[in-house]
Design a protein around this ligand. Structure first.
Ligand SMILES: [Zn+2]
Length: 339
């Protein structure tokens, strides 16, 4: 079978890889229907994170089960399934608290941008749809594998709820999904920070009431002007850079809270957090805990996070899928193995 392998910064190749098989009795093997490139894959593509060896890449997917191990009971061959980016057993003490991103028995995928994939801990990881979903729902189901759950996690971590003002830092797919999540969780108003027209349009489609194009002190002033001069109750930081966290700590009101879901590169402005009484929470999303609810919202067409995919390519053109995101020609690239 074929899949994507990153060899070095800027060098992702479509190449032959070993056919995945059932290794543990808790495994499933799935035929990938759609996969995508993550903003966090770009850390290695851009040379910010190291690539010591050629490595199969990708952690977002949905597909059809081909085979399951003897111990798997909740999914079967032929089921359409989606799983989060972090396989988990969904039964350990941490998972039972909803902390599925920190499963005590966590496992890893070996490159989801591929024709086939071995899913460890299949019973815990995978959620099946009741029937084969309509093709136009595939992008939104795929978005649940990471970006929509991560945007949701930002909003949950920041305590978004009815009556809250929310500002979102970051207009990548996660930031845009965070807008959608905040609206779904009942935020009174959501302010999206974005300078790019295509992304502003998605933010507005997801329910953002205001768009702030300015950054730095001007961006903070613009958010304060929209929030009684004090800043937003909740700020969702969906980038991970030091600049983004400074933007978030400037945009949040005194006593407010920040949801952090951008993979951190650089320090936290702890002094600012302290003197403004800011609460922070966040980390990798508890996808498995959120999946059943979010899948229902997608299947009944309440939410459509799949519109963050503005480029669709065959898996064989994975190099272009990365280049388009790297050069910001695409918000997020979807790839289909059998296109
Ligand atoms: Zn667990």
């Amino acid at each position: 079978m074929y899949g994507a392998v990153i060899h070095a910064p800027g060098d992702v190749r479509y190449e032959e890889r070993p056919e995945p098989t059932i290794i543990e009795p808790t495994d499933a093997v799935i035929r990938v229907v759609a996969a995508c490139v993550c903003g966090s894959d770009l850390w290695r593509y851009r040379g910010i994170s190291p690539v010591p060896n050629p490595t199969p890449i990708g952690h977002e997917y949905c597909g059809v089960v081909e085979a399951v191990g003897d111990a798997v009971t909740t999914v079967k061959a032929g089921d359409f399934v989606v799983g989060g980016f972090n396989p988990c057993d969904n039964t350990c003490a941490a998972c039972r608290k909803g902390a599925t991103a920190n499963c005590l028995n966590a496992a890893q995928y070996e490159g989801c941008q591929a024709e086939k994939l071995r899913v460890p801990l299949a019973d815990g990881t995978l959620v099946a749809t009741p029937e084969m979903p309509a093709d136009d729902l595939i992008p939104s189901i795929l978005a649940l594998s990471d970006v929509m759950c991560t945007g949701w996690h930002a909003a949950v971590s920041a305590g978004v709820g009815p009556g809250k003002s929310v500002a979102v830092v970051g207009d990548g797919a996660v930031g845009l999904c965070a807008v959608l999540a905040a609206v779904q969780l009942g935020a009174q108003e959501v302010i999206a920070m974005s300078r790019h027209e295509a992304r502003q349009k998605v933010a507005t489609a997801f329910g953002a009431k205001h768009i702030v194009a300015e950054r730095g002190d001007e961006g903070i002033a613009a958010i304060q002007a929209l929030t009684d001069g004090i800043g937003a109750d909740c700020v969702l930081e969906c980038v991970g850079t030091e600049d983004a966290r400074l933007q978030a700590s400037g945009a949040v009101r005194v006593g407010g809270s920040i949801g952090l879901v951008g993979v951190p590169h650089g320090d936290l402005p702890v002094e600012q957090f302290f003197w403004k009484n800011i609460g922070t929470k966040g980390g990798p999303a508890n996808c498995r805990a959120y999946l059943p609810h979010l899948l229902e919202l997608v299947l009944n067409r309440t939410i459509n996070p799949g519109i963050v995919f503005d480029l669709e390519l065959p898996l064989s053109e994975i190099a272009e899928a990365y280049a388009a995101m790297d050069e910001r020609r695409a918000i997020k690239s979807l790839v289909r193995p059998n296109a």
